[in-house]
Structure formats: C-alpha cells, structure tokens
Design a protein around this ligand. Structure first.
Ligand SMILES: *Cc1c(COP(=O)(O)O)cnc(C)c1O
Length: 395
C-alpha cells in the first residue's frame, strides 16, 4: 500500500466547513463553488455552449473513437437518470436480469416494478459480488431475458463488482448490458475498448466532483434511436431529451444552470490534473491511507482486500459496548469530518468515503480524529465482533 501524495492538488474547504467523507454530495473545490456565482439564461448561447462542452468531454472519457455513443444529461439526482435509462432503453416487452448486492441494485428492482418492466433477480446479499458463472446459468435458463443491469461500485458496501467478467458473459450469451456507474465514473477506468456495454449512467456529484443537480447517460446511439416512445415518463424520456438537445442545443425544461457551470469547472480540474487515471490514483492513495490507519486502531473492513473499491470503505462497528455510532458521528463531526452510516442488513457498520477534494493528509486527519473520538467515548478496542469476522471469512 502506498502512502505517497498523488499529482493532483486539492482545494480544502474554506471557512472551517467540515469535510464530507460521503459518496456525494462530497467536498468540492472552492473554484467549483465560485463557478456558481452568476446567472445564465438557459436559451443563451453561453449556456448552450456549456452543455455542448460537458457532453463532448464526458464522451471523450470513454474514448469512443468510433463515434458510436451519445451523452445525454438529465435533470435530477442519480436515481432519476437510472430510472430514465431503464424506462427509455428497456423495451416494454423486454425482460431484464438485475444483479443485486446492495441498496442501489434493490432500487433498480423497485424501479422496474414501478414502471412495469418484467425482470428476474440474482441477489447476493450485502457484500458478495455477482459472478460470471451464475449469470451465464441464469441467461441460459431463461431465453426471455434480453438485458442485464448491474451496479459498478455498489456504494452501500463499497464493493467493486467484476463488470469485465460480467460483460463478457452477457455478450457471449447475446444479451445487452446497462451499468449504473454512478459512484465510479470519472475515477474507475471505463472505455469502449476495455468494456462492452450499451449504456452507463453517472451524476454530477460523484467522482467528477461537481455539485448535485443532474445525471447523465453515455449510450450507444443505435439504442437511443430505437427508443422513441418507449419511456413510461415524459420528463425522464432520454430519447426526447436527446432529440431536443441535438436540434436546439437546449435541455427540455429548465436546466440546473448553476450546477452545469460548476460541473464545467469540475471537469476542467479533472482534466488538468490528468483525468481518470490521476483521479483513480488519488482515491486509491486515500483509501490505502485510511484503511492502514484504521486497521492500526483495530478497525476492520467489511470486505476482503480484493473487493475493496477506492470509492468508499465500510468498517465494522467495534464490539466494545462503549461504542455508539451516533456519538462517534458527533465526535467526528466536531473534529471536522462528516462520516456516513452503514447500510447493511446483517452487521452494524459505518462508511468512510475516499472521494471529493481530499488527499492523504486529510485521510490521516480522519484516522487521528477516529482515534481521539474512541478515546473520548472510552472505547479501548476498535475490534469488530467475532461473528462479523467469521462472516467475512466466508467471502
Ligand atoms: C449515488 C448513487 C446513486 C444515485 O443516488 P441519488 O441519491 O439519487 O443521487 C445510484 N447508484 C449508485 C451506485 C450511487 O452511488
């Protein structure tokens, strides 16, 4: 594990506001916040050119040298663009296999139920990855399945799902893959040459480090062309949003102008620092520093090394009866760090994000704050309950 500083300089928050160790909204650069200090007319050429720029820069990130893909942004949080993707790209008579291993996979199932699209589920519980063999079996067993959807980094545990392996199986079986890469895009390498897929979605406030307000899809043009009239929803119809943007350069309905301006600045910082690879390095160093430091205090990660993402890490709550998450949260906040509660069903845990305007010096500060907070609570050991470790060893 490396501890050196990445090439990417970060801008710490001003005015003593706490760091957000959360997977979006996250700590943004001061220049990103400053980019919001003026107003734009949504029909004006200045704003239309920002929309063009964000679309082409996002496309460039997947290195679509064949020019087969389109980028379409849409208003709302990440869930809106996931629903827009499912509603627009899954034909009404399609059947979709949803690979679930956490809250975001479950949310896609709920969405399909709500919008009335037939589906099957492979549910791996809280922290096991879906694997190629089981997906192949499910596809072989049910020829009606036309699409597979998967979460790239399942932010509820922080697990990095093996999407290359899954993509190979899906296309070998002649089906199509859609990916929720909300918390990975911009930091986890995703190129057309490296991975086959029909569409991926992400949003402004994750690894590009913008502020919340819109999501976007990178989608094969032929899929969009076929999707006219498919969507269950007017405002979430990505086909119609695309047609309008191509024709007029404008969003349908009021765009989040300030959020777009902030995003343009966030993209500039991302590009200037060295793009996806540099960001991955910085987040990886953040994670390594965090995990090494927390382990030295006695904490343990939910996941084994192999499945740890550089995005967010889940730690077991200590077994010590003096530990109380709410108290720990408040003590950490008082020291300038906002952490994230766990989202697991079986064992108690909390999460610490590695993304946002933070480097290893911030992560060392987090570890020191955790150490002090434990002492203030009278917790003598951060070791997790034996039962939690036993469960993990089954992974
Ligand atoms: C953040 C996130 C979403 C979207 O959540 P919103 O709260 O709607 O922004 C979806 N999927 C994953 C994996 C995420 O991390």
């Amino acid at each position: 594990m490396s501890n050196k500083n990445s090439n990417e300089n970060v801008q710490p928050p001003a005015g003593g506001e706490p760091y957000l160790l959360t997977p979006g909204p996250l700590t943004t650069a001061i220049s990103v916040k400053q980019a919001m200090l003026r107003d734009w007319g949504s029909w004006d050429e200045d704003f239309r050119s920002m929309t063009r720029q964000l679309r082409s820069e996002l496309l460039a990130m997947i290195e679509d040298t064949q020019n087969d893909f389109e980028c379409v942004p849409i208003q709302g949080s990440g869930t809106f663009v996931v629903e827009a993707m499912l509603g627009t790209l899954l034909p009404r008579d399609s059947k979709t296999l949803v690979l679930v291993n956490g809250a975001y996979g479950q949310r896609m199932v709920k969405t399909l139920e709500r919008i009335g699209r037939d589906h099957a589920i492979i549910d791996k519980g809280d922290y096991l990855p879906p694997r190629g063999d089981e997906v192949r079996e499910a596809l072989d067993a049910d020829p009606a399945i036309s699409h597979v959807v998967v979460v790239h980094c399942e932010t509820s545990s922080g697990i990095l799902n093996p999407i290359e392996e899954l993509s190979e199986v899906v296309y070998a079986a002649g089906r199509k893959l859609l990916i929720d890469s909300m918390s990975g895009f911009g930091a986890l390498p995703l190129t057309i040459a490296g991975l086959r897929f029909e569409a991926i979605v992400s949003s402004a406030n994750k690894c590009i480090e913008g502020v919340p307000g819109f999501g976007f899809i990178l989608v094969r043009r032929s899929e969009l062309e076929q999707a006219q009239g498919c969507c269950h929803s007017l405002s979430l119809d990505l086909h119609d949003q695309w047609v309008q943007m191509e024709k007029t350069g404008q969003w349908r309905y009021t765009p989040p102008t300030h959020v777009v301006a902030a995003f343009i600045e966030a993209l500039r910082l991302h590009r200037q620092a060295g793009g996806v690879q540099t960001r991955l390095e910085r987040y990886t160093q953040n994670r390594d520093t965090l995990v090494t430091g927390m382990r030295a205090l006695g904490f343990e990660t939910l996941l084994q090394e192999r499945w740890l993402s550089p995005i967010i890490v889940t730690f077991f709550n200590p077994a010590d009866s003096a530990f109380e998450f709410d108290r720990f949260y408040q003590l950490m906040k008082a020291k300038g760090y906002i952490i994230y509660p766990g989202k697991l069903t079986v064992v108690d845990s909390f999460r610490i994000g590695c993304i946002g305007q933070m480097d290893t010096s911030v992560m060392l500060g987090v570890v020191e704050a955790a150490d002090k907070s434990l002492a203030e609570m009278g917790v003598t050991s951060a070791e997790p309950p034996q039962q939690a470790l036993e469960q993990r060893s089954k992974l």
